[in-house]
Each structure stands twice: as structure tokens, then as C-alpha cells.
Design a protein around this ligand. Structure first.
Ligand code: HAM
Length: 436
């Protein structure tokens, strides 16, 4: 075996795997277009500073970064959000609002390897800029749901857990946490589901022992799973700001119900998101069985465009990763079928007949049909075998008899019937067969 192996965490796509992933991208793209999003792309390599202190410590520690030959500190992009903020920030005044954009692109994070996590993966990102209201969240959650249901996944397969960093900060302030403490507590809540009490170690090492009363309030808040429970928890804290926020919650949930996608969304204050820039509603999609890591994540980040040095612009968005998503489809038996078969397989008698066939092959391909044929002169038997194996519906036969008569023989490979058509009318005939 040769000694050049794929780097750990990087993937190769042989044609079958590629076709399956391409099908996923096709349906995601369709869902984005159906929601009125426009596609963009941007560089894979970015200035390191774009991520420093913007994405959060976890992503910063996972960067693939180096110094380029011009002495610049650069990094392979670990996520799209800072980049898309730059694109929008640069041209904010020239862009038609609201700005609804999506992309399908590859990202790089030096992660510990586990099921559904790699060091190079693809995300579908969708973001809305310049819309401060919950209509933007509604639109994005609708798109996220369609990206899943388009494949046949139902509310029994996945759920979108909806939470709120804004409320979390209100709550932590109300129970006496300053901003620095609140941020470390949110980090702990983010990890609590995975590692339990160890999640609070960072807090203890920075600020000393955590008051048990505070801890139990934090744990009670993170276990909220309904709007009613949320209202009950917040009622004693009172305050106009809090009540206005609860009203936003009601409106968002009413919107989602009205869209008919309420069943896909669950109130869940246990989600806080690891990335540093979120400011409001946040959400993550998970498989219902809880066997896989997050399928998608996102939320509102109203300060990031401003933090990059541009005029402030409200923003909300999410990303779905392709790896966990493909695993979920596989588990549910919903992996897309491979449609790689040609429409037509051309069987050629010899060198003279090949010259007669080549022009027709080109004309059929130009008309949009998938056409395949043997690149070498082979015995008829071998070519018919290849035609049958290819999955093509029609075989076109160019033998010496046909050439002499100016006809092409068409064999219907599913019905096993045969007939001859005038070579001049071949395209029309094939078209009528495929109903084009
Ligand atoms: P994120 O939660 O870091 O959010 O990633 C979103 C999704 O990308 C995850 O739910 C997961 O499916 C996939 N993903 C992340 N890391 C890996 C990995 N190492 N291997 C495989 N899949 C992975 C963001 O990236 C935000 N920028 C999303 C966003 C867009 N927020 C606003 N707009």
C-alpha cells in the first residue's frame, strides 16, 4: 500500500458518496430558494484575527492556522458567520433589505474525532441581516425545518430546541451574576448535558466556590421545557424588560404554530450555544433519540457586524452540518437513492458504425439526455451486457445492417422490445419515448 494516507478527520468522496452528498445539497438549495434566499461564497483562507475573540475560545483552540509566505497570520475558516458579516458589512448600504443569504461550503476545525465530527465538514449556512424582529427567526426556523422534512424526516425524527441567551443574561443578572460570571456560567450550561457537574469547574477555578443556591437556580432555569414553566420562573423577577421578552416568545411560538411547524420546535432553556457572539434567541436541532451530536445550530447575533468595525446590523442565522445529517438519514433508511444511470446506452458495431453514431450521441447529449457507450470496439454481447448493467432504459444499436438502411435500432431495455427508426428522426423518437 502506498504511504500517502488521508489526514485524520478528512474525507474523500468516491462517486457514489459524492452523488449522495450532492443530492443533500440539491434539496437544501431548493429549500433556500423556496424561502427567497440568495447564494454566496467567500474565501476558505481568512485573516486569523477574524476569528480571534469573535467566535469564542472553543473554536479558536480548534483553528487550522499558520503564517503565510507574506508573513500574514491566516486560518482555514472554521465557520462562515464572521465572513458573511464582513461581506454584508462592506456593502451594507448597497444591499436590498432584508438581506437573506445562504451558502454551502467546507469548514475546518481541529476537533477530537468522534462519530459525526470531523476536521473538515460541510455546512449549509442561512442568515438574515437587517431584520431585528422575530419574523427573521420564524423564517429561519421554517427553512431549517424544510431542510430536514424535504428528505422525509418527521417530528418523530428530530426537534429544534429553542432557547434565549437574552433571557439567560436577564436571569443571571437578576440572581446577582455580573457579566464575566454570567458568561462562564453559560459556558457551563452549554457543557452540562454532556459532562454534568464537571461543567462548573471553570467557574470554581476563576471565581471560587459556586453558591449552592445559585447553582440550583441555574439548574432549574436550564431544565425549563415549556413557555408556561418559563413564565412561572420569571414571574417573581418581574420587570418590564422581562415581560416584553416573554411577549416576544409568545409571538414567535404563535408564528411557528401558524406556519404549521410548531410540532418541530420545543422550548428548551438547556440550549445556550457555545459560540460567543449570540445575543438573543438561539436554537439547535437534534435527533429525537438523542443518539447523535447536534444536527444544526444558530441564533441571533446583533453585535457581530458592529464588532468587525462596520455599522451595527441585526442578524440571525443557522448552519446545518452534513455529517450528522447524513448519519441520521442513514439510521432512518432515508439515504437518497443513487440515480447515476444513463438514459441511453449506444451499442456500436465497429469503427465505421462508430463514425455514424458519434454525431447522434452528441445531438442527444446536447438535448439533455445522459448518453453512454463503450470507448472501445467490443463484441455486441459485451456491449449489451454493459447496457443492461448501466441501468439505461434504451439501447440504440448501430450495426452494419442499420448503417446500410439509414436506420437505428431502438431496444427498450425494460420491455425488451425492439424497433427501427429512421436515423434522421432519432432525436424526435427518443424525445417522445422520454416524454420530453
Ligand atoms: P456550530 O454549532 O458550531 O454553529 O455548527 C453548526 C453545525 O455544524 C453543527 O450542528 C454540526 O452539525 C456541524 N459541525 C460543527 N462542527 C463540526 C465538526 N467538527 N464536524 C462535523 N460537523 C460539525 C456555527 O458554526 C455557526 N456559525 C452557525 C451560525 C450561522 N450561526 C449563525 N449563522
Amino acid at each position: 500500500m502506498a504511504s500517502f494516507q488521508t489526514l485524520p478527520g478528512f474525507r474523500e468522496f468516491y462517486p457514489d458518496a459524492f452523488a449522495q452528498r450532492a443530492h443533500i445539497f440539491r434539496l437544501w438549495r431548493q429549500a433556500a430558494h423556496a424561502h427567497g434566499f440568495a447564494e454566496y461564497d467567500a474565501p476558505v483562507l481568512e485573516p486569523l484575527d477574524l476569528y480571534r475573540a469573535k467566535s469564542g475560545d472553543e473554536i479558536e483552540a480548534q483553528l487550522f492556522n499558520f503564517v503565510d509566505k507574506g508573513g500574514r497570520e491566516v486560518a482555514l475558516r472554521p465557520e462562515m458567520t464572521p465572513t458573511v458579516c464582513r461581506l454584508v458589512g462592506e456593502k451594507a448600504n448597497a444591499l436590498k433589505r432584508p438581506i437573506k443569504w445562504f451558502s454551502i461550503a467546507e469548514f475546518y476545525r481541529y476537533e477530537r474525532m468522534q462519530k459525526g465530527r470531523g476536521r473538515c465538514f460541510t455546512q449549509f449556512n442561512a442568515d438574515i441581516f437587517a431584520e431585528p424582529g422575530i419574523e427573521a427567526e420564524t423564517e429561519l426556523i421554517s427553512l431549517l425545518v424544510q431542510c430536514m422534512t424535504g428528505f422525509g424526516l418527521s417530528a418523530e425524527d428530530f426537534t429544534v430546541r429553542l432557547s434565549d441567551r437574552n433571557l439567560w443574561f436577564f436571569f443571571l443578572e437578576a440572581i446577582g451574576m455580573d457579566d464575566a460570571r454570567a458568561r462562564v456560567i453559560l459556558g457551563a450550561v452549554d457543557r452540562y448535558e454532556k459532562i454534568g457537574d464537571d461543567a462548573f469547574k471553570d467557574y470554581v477555578s476563576q471565581f471560587g466556590p459556586l453558591d449552592p443556591a445559585v447553582k440550583s437556580q441555574v439548574l432549574a432555569f436550564q431544565s425549563i421545557r415549556s413557555l408556561q414553566a418559563l413564565e412561572q420562573m420569571l414571574a417573581p423577577l418581574g420587570g418590564e424588560k422581562l415581560m416584553a421578552r416573554v411577549e416576544e416568545w409568545r409571538r414567535l411560538l404563535a408564528n411557528l404554530e401558524a406556519m404549521g411547524i410548531g410540532e418541530f420546535v420545543s422550548v428548551d432553556l438547556g440550549v445556550v450555544r457555545g459560540l460567543a457572539y449570540y445575543t438573543g434567541f438561539v436554537f439547535e436541532a437534534f435527533d429525537r433519540k438523542g443518539e447523535l451530536r447536534a444536527l444544526a445550530g444558530g441564533g441571533r447575533y446583533d453585535n457581530l457586524v458592529g464588532k468587525l468595525g462596520y455599522a451595527e446590523l441585526p442578524a440571525v442565522g443557522f448552519a446545518i452540518g452534513d455529517m450528522t445529517f447524513a448519519l441520521l438519514l442513514e439510521q432512518r433508511g432515508l439515504t437518497p437513492p443513487l440515480v447515476q444511470a444513463p438514459d441511453v446506452y449506444v451499442v456500436i458495431g465497429g469503427p465505421k458504425e462508430r463514425l455514424s453514431a458519434l454525431g447522434d450521441i452528441r445531438a442527444l447529449r446536447a438535448a439533455g439526455y445522459r448518453v453512454d457507450f463503450s470507448l472501445r470496439d467490443l463484441a455486441f454481447g459485451k456491449q449489451f451486457k454493459a447496457a443492461a448493467e448501466s441501468g439505461a432504459r434504451l439501447a440504440l444499436i448501430y450495426g452494419s445492417d442499420e448503417l446500410a438502411k439509414g436506420v437505428v435500432k431502438i431496444r427498450n431495455l425494460t420491455e425488451r422490445s425492439e424497433r427501427e427508426v429512421a436515423k434522421a428522426g432519432l432525436l424526435e423518437d427518443v424525445r417522445s419515448y422520454f416524454g420530453g
